[in-house]
Design a protein around this ligand. Structure first.
Ligand code: FAD
Length: 401
């Protein structure tokens, strides 16, 4: 166990889960991650292993067949997994967000229908807000749902679905004007639909096409796709929570726990980068001594370790705040912002420590260097986090004069 990023006050159960996950990461993920990533290959064996460990049901309540664990336990598992390979944490993350949204906002029937199969990993979740013309500005969504008897007809194009191909349940946010008169605020006329589909590519259900994988610079192995709805018919009982007009809030709630998750990924990737940097610094010689003995490199290691420690503390704080039932948008925004920026910086320092070898695909740091930037974008860019943080600060520190 590393000296860095320790978490105090964990229960025996949490400690046991984390040590099992760490062992799995060391034995089953780290040895194969870089090779699979270079081939952009879906890590089926790893996913099967995570399923056996029960990770797809980690936070799903026990009454629905899950382990009923907290956001903190989940985030710490994600940190461990991302230390092994960030893409694997991406595979479970959208599933976790959809399960969370169902748990928080679903009708009893929806929970009973989906959650037990999600806990078993038989149904796997993806979530879809972004469109080709928008990501940050969710209120500008143009995909539409129109009521037709007991069904809704969905039309529009979605973008950037993590697990778009491999999932069988997609939470899709669209505009549904039914019951919301002209002039309704944009975020009040949005609805989340629970769309079931076959995993795979092409027309996966009448009216629903997943065209293929988007070719990315990093974050490979996990599929990222578009989603095209052309007259897709969805029964009215697949409106999340049973009432239209609540989708924006449901998605924002999901994204908020997702932010803690992205922070945890940043922590995991940064930890791995530090491990690689501190090891290489003691192997490489320059000017007659280990490069670790040059003060400039020691300073880099000191800065990297401090950032790893700080990001972990903020991520844990944000998760604990949510688990205590308190609003955590400020803490989640800060943790996501700081952990993703620090992750990028720690990875870059580890890359520099590797000299020319960091540029070679033979060295793991090359993969991390291509993966870290995704964390600056996913679940809201740095600018969006700063907007959330700034607004909340002005609420908290309102000038009373
Ligand atoms: C690999 C990957 C996986 C993804 N997975 C998913 C997924 O599963 N589901 C999903 O719905 N989406 C997903 N996304 C989409 C992601 O959430 C968006 O890319 C992200 O929110 C940014 O949106 P955008 O790309 O449209 O950028 P834009 O919103 O167009 O932003 C472009 C730039 O402008 C800045 N900007 C925008 N508005 C403002 C403002 N008001 N003030 C200052 N600066 C601003 C942004 O910070 C950014 O720097 C994924 C993206 C990637 C790359």
């Amino acid at each position: 166990m590393s000296r860095l990023a320790r978490t105090h006050g964990l229960t025996d159960v949490q400690r046991e889960i984390l040590s099992t996950v760490r062992e799995f990461v060391d034995k089953e993920i780290l040895p194969v991650a870089t090779e699979l990533e270079h081939r952009d290959e879906y890590p089926q064996d790893i996913v099967d292993g995570l399923r056996e460990l029960g990770l797809f049901g980690l936070t799903i309540p026990e009454e629905y067949g899950g382990l009923g664990e907290s956001l903190l336990t989940y985030a710490l598992c994600v940190e461990e997994i991302a230390r092994g390979w960030m893409s694997v944490s991406g595979i479970i993350n959208t599933h976790f967000i959809v399960a969370y949204m169902l748990k928080q906002h679903g009708t009893r029937e929806q929970k009973e229908f989906f959650l037990p199969r999600m806990a078993a990993g038989d149904v796997r979740g993806a979530f879809s807000m972004s469109e080709p013309a928008l990501g940050s500005d969710v209120s500008a969504i143009t995909s539409r749902a129109v009521r037709d008897g007991d069904e809704y007809v969905l039309t529009g194009q979605k973008m950037w679905l993590t697990n778009g191909g491999t999932s069988s349940l997609v939470a899709v946010l669209v505009r549904s004007d039914e019951g919301h008169p002209e002039g309704t605020a944009p975020h009040r006329s949005m609805t989340t639909f629970l769309v079931e589909k076959e995993p795979g590519f092409g027309e996966v259900r009448p009216g629903l096409t997943i065209p293929g994988k988007i070719d990315k610079m990093g974050y490979k192995g996990v599929d990222t796709t578009e989603l095209i709805m052309d007259g897709l018919r969805v029964p009215a009982d697949r409106v999340l929570g049973g009432a239209t007009g609540r989708g924006f809030y449901q998605m924002m709630d999901g994204v908020e726990v997702g932010r803690v998750n992205v922070a945890a990924r940043g922590c995991g990737v940064a930890q791995r980068a530090f491990e690689l940097g501190v090891r290489y610094a003691q192997q490489r010689q320059a000017f007659g001594r280990q490069i670790a003995q040059h003060q400039a490199i020691q300073f880099k290691l000191a800065e990297m370790a401090t950032k790893v420690e700080a990001a972990h503390a903020m991520m844990v704080n944000a998760a604990r705040k949510k688990d205590s039932g308190e609003r955590n948008d400020l803490e989640a925004g800060m943790a996501k912002y700081l952990a993703s920026e620090y992750c990028k910086e720690v990875v870059e320092d580890a890359f520099r420590i590797h000299g020319g070898y960091g540029f070679s695909k033979e060295y793991e740091i090359e993969r991390l260097y291509r993966e870290a930037p995704m964390l600056l974008i996913g679940e809201g860019t740095a600018e969006i986090q700063k907007m959330i943080i700034g607004r909340r600060l002005l609420e908290e520190y309102r000038f009373q004069g």
